[in-house]
Design a protein around this ligand. Sequence first.
Ligand SMILES: [Fe+2]
Length: 460
Amino acid sequence: MWFLLTILLLLSNGLTEGGVTSTYVRKAAPSVEIPKECFPRPPGYNAPEQVHITQGDYTGTSIIVSWVTPLKEQPKLVTYWEADDKKGITRVRARSRTTTYRYYNYSSEYIHHATIRRLKYNTKYMYELGKGNGTRQFWFTTPPESGPDVPYTFGIIGDLGQTQASNQTLEHYLASGKGQTVLFVGDFSYADVHPFHDNEKWDTFGRFIEKSSAYEPWIYCAGNHELDLAPEIGEQVLFKPYKHRYHVPFRASQSTSPLWYSIKRASAHIIVLSSYSAYAIYTPQYRWLKQELPKVNRSETPWLIVLMHSPMYNSNNYHYMEGETMRVVFEPWFVKYKVDLVFAGHVHSYERSERVSNIQYNITEGVSCPVKDPSAPVYLTVGDGGNIEGIADSFIEHQPSYSAFREASFGHALLEIKNRTHAFYTWHRNQDSMAVSGDSIWFYNRYWFPKEETSSNTLT
Ligand SMILES: [Fe+2]
């Protein structure tokens, strides 16, 4: 009887057919890290390096500029001016807060974080760090003021590391020229896979990503490789290198931890969660998310996007069900508040889900399977940056009904928000030219236009 009922339920929810598993065969390439000497310091005395920027407040009028100086703390200043002011007459300065840390036998150099405030929206700024022959110049563009139909394009990258494949991913993303901000879904340097968590790998990673991170904000989300827990060598402070090196504006969204926070940027409200911090009821992260979600104003920021590291829906044998506990806790809210998209990493391949939910599950009833749900997010796993651990090429057979498309290739994604109703999403495998997308779909906003979407895939 129960068996028959289960079959009927499966048939009625329209999810009996699995999605597409790409047969694309990617050329085997060893996931060897690029040697440290290939990431040299910039020339000049005490030249600032590892420059990265992120949004510095809730609304996008501040930027946090972070950099490292190797020899001495001074100068601690970032000088900035509007790019239209060609002579830089109206130069303004902001002072950094400097920190250092020790990790086993490693001592960090001087890590600076300076917040530049009260910037104009939609304006290109130049900024300068260092002094004398170590002076370096960069630029960034502030986002447009939030509004329901403001177009904006995000790149999505995860599990990057510092291999040749990582470099292909970043170069491929940069070649598109479309991305305005990177949503980074965790697992940065992979320093922790080396003896004693060789923290010089955090330095080389900072130099590696600078070609992007100094010019456009990366929105940071912590992964398991940021934990750096090593009690065997006396290192018991979780996220120590990460928290020293990557600052986020968590207080601006009333968060009590840099590991979970939110920002508004153009037409998107972005919520960053921590898969490796407590999230059960009564915990700080749970309480924060509960009070944050009702604040989202879909008339101002129609697109509600969540970043986390461990995916809630994943049909790869790698890390299978690791996101299940967070799913049980947070999924009902994602559906209630009509989250549009949830981006995760962790699994080193690509996967896109159907709009499904599994919130009707009740342990006393016992029937549990995801069903199509127009209020549910699409879950996207983009842990395919290309790191030292290699590709996750072991998908579960056969493909479950919640999985729309999956492929074991390295790549990145782009989300081009057009207005309050439409966003064009593409996923790009590294082997293709930028004009080719391995997976593409027009996403329809869940609040303003909750219609069913159709996708297209290129399998070869
Ligand atoms: Fe991970």
